[in-house]
Ligand binder design. Structure first.
Ligand code: HEM
Length: 293
């Protein structure tokens, strides 16, 4: 029986590591994916395939397309597609180093590792700005319904479509705001996470309120803070049964509906953007039947 990659539903790990790969010319992609399928248990390693990789196999997955770059007033949202995305999870950094080597060895010759980003849990599930992240995530059956494909058949059901954006925070700008301005930027009070009644229309939670869309735009966010040298921010990761919820929210964030841009952009901006298909698991391994594997 097919089931989702389990970790998508699990709480955030203490440590994460994100790997992005591009396809090498003439690589043995089928062999690489078969080897990767053995490693991907859905718990320590969540795997997503980009449109270019699926197409290189001569296949097409319903709902999978590439993230399109977008602009808003003074805002740029880059598209940085990749063939393969891996989310490594654990509580020991050395284990993640070794798991990275195993993934690389599995896909060696077919896929090249282009980027490694280290991530971590902070303050029990907060963004580095100090705000709790994930509060309004659906849970239980609602999470299943929001995040996973159903009713499409074998090899497709239990899959999830993930939107990934690396956001770079500018703490100089964040620190220059008063605590009240910071709360109004998010639309919640940092001290107790209570939603503000008087939040402006630009507040992040006003822009993205999931019930306010028609149809409602629920998704499962599993973002983690990241840092590299002195740069840091949030690796925004949202799983959905399609990319629709993410896309309508992002459009509203950049002011496409009413000209009001999300106040988040006052201190942070995305520097990457990509979409992937996370296949289901079958007997504890990646189920790649949809790709003919
Ligand atoms: C640096 C980037 C971001 C930060 C720091 C951030 C932070 C937050 C925080 C603190 C909350 C309130 C607590 C919660 O319900 O989780 C929140 C809510 C939310 N965010 Fe973000 N977020 C970011 C980017 C995004 C993006 C790109 C999207 C979608 C395109 C998004 C969608 C949502 C949604 C759907 C909610 C819940 C809204 C509701 O139904 O109340 N966020 N975010």
């Amino acid at each position: 029986m097919s089931e989702p990659q389990t970790a998508i539903l699990a709480p955030l790990p203490a440590l994460g590591r994100y790997l992005s790969f591009s396809a090498r010319p003439q690589g043995e992609l089928r062999a690489a994916l078969r080897a990767l399928a053995e490693l991907a248990d859905g718990e320590r390693l969540v795997v997503g395939l980009g449109e270019s990789l699926v197409r290189a196999l001569g296949r097409n997955v319903p709902g999978l397309h590439s993230f399109a770059s977008a602009v808003g007033p003074g805002l740029e949202l880059p598209a940085t597609p990749a063939a393969l995305w891996c989310w490594l999870r654990g509580d020991d950094r050395g284990d993640l180093v070794h798991l990275t080597r195993k993934v690389q060895a599995a896909v060696d010759g077919a896929l090249a590792l282009d980027q490694v980003i280290e991530a971590f849990r902070h303050g029990g599930g907060r963004d580095l700005s100090g705000y709790e992240d994930g509060t309004e995530n659906p849970t239980g059956d609602a999470a299943m319904e929001a995040a996973f494909v159903a009713g499409q058949g074998k090899g497709l059901d239990g899959a999830s479509l993930v939107a990934v954006q690396q956001w770079l925070h500018d703490f100089g700008r964040f620190d220059a705001m008063s605590p009240r301005e910071q709360d109004q930027t998010i639309g919640r009070r940092r001290s107790d996470n209570v939603e503000l009644d008087d939040a402006p229309a630009s507040a992040h939670v006003k822009r993205t309120a999931q019930e306010s869309f028609e149809p409602e735009a629920f998704m499962l966010r599993r973002s983690m803070p990241w840092s590299e040298g002195v740069r840091s921010g949030l690796m925004f990761v949202a799983f959905g049964k399609s990319f629709d919820a993410f896309e309508v929210q992002l459009q509203r964030m950049i002011g496409a509906e009413d000209g009001i841009t999300d106040a988040l952009f006052r201190f942070t901006r995305p520097i990457t953007g990509a979409y992937f298909w996370c296949p289901p698991l079958r007997d504890g391994r990646l189920d790649l039947r949809a790709l003919g594997l």
